[in-house]
Design a binder for this molecule. Sequence first.
Ligand code: EAX
Length: 337
Amino acid sequence: MNMRSKLTKLGVVAVLSVLLAAAPAFAKAKIIKVSSTTQPTHIYNIGLKHFADIVKEKSHGELEVQIFPAAQLGSERDAVEGLQLGTLEMTLTSTGPLGNFVPEIKLLNLPFLFKNRDEAYKILDGEIGTQIANKFPAIGIRSLGWYENGFRHITNNVRPIDSLKDMKGIKIRVMEDSLFIATMKSLGASPLPMAFGELYTALEQGTVDAQENPLVNIDASRFYEVQKYLAITGHFYSPAMLLVSEIFFQGLSQEHKDIIISAATSARDFERNLSIEGDKTTEAKLVSNGMIVSHPDKAEFVKAVVPVYKAAAKDIGGGDAAAGQALIDKTLKELGR
Ligand code: EAX
């Protein structure tokens, strides 16, 4: 054997032994795909990155969370269905599509339900939020906690919304749930349900004049490029849920389950903080990007949506109006109203 082939042989052996040494670690890494519909810079995805980092560290690389933002894996509804089938492991989603699966979650789609975040966290992290989250295993999904989308505000291209009358006839995209539609109708607007992934183009092409979302999402989605006016209405508090496929979750070791559960709670607090901080700075950022902001008096908006509460009881109770009303009453009582 000449010198050259001897060296080559040595090289091959070296490479093989490196590969073999690394193989057990590679073999063990279990991939957890998580879908979101928002842009990579949005708080959901920064929160998910935090979750992924904790999971990787605590599992010594045995679990690997891969984030797929910007509706790459489809809509929020697609994700929920994927979890049920076990074709997707996780998603971070608004309550938008969830009422079709667990009607009680529509409680959280009531307009002006929470005055501030303290009220929201009190209900979500307390008995009522837990009771709603506990409905998910029956549909093949497990909740890992209430994250935050945020208080939603209205953007449009028609006119500044200075008061309720300015809402008249505005064609607004809403998330796909009966209560979002009912709310916008009661405010005088003309709602069109649509998946989030289609929204930028719909605004650009004028299919709709308006949309509503938290400031940080308006910013991350660059809606200021296609929307002129922003009205600070805070008409919905929009929670987000971190959900995992029950089929997938049950296949994990107890150790891995515990890691995921505790990482989800840490990342929830982290993500909520991003939302809180984002609300402090993003309005100014949107103004610097050309948006014209109004702060309409909320009182007449709150009054206009009163009928939505009455009509919602049946939806929230999944057809049982008395059960839905009981849940609304319990929530309002806990909020001291
Ligand atoms: O969950 O659809 C929406 O407007 C949501 O706010 C968004 O997808 C984040």
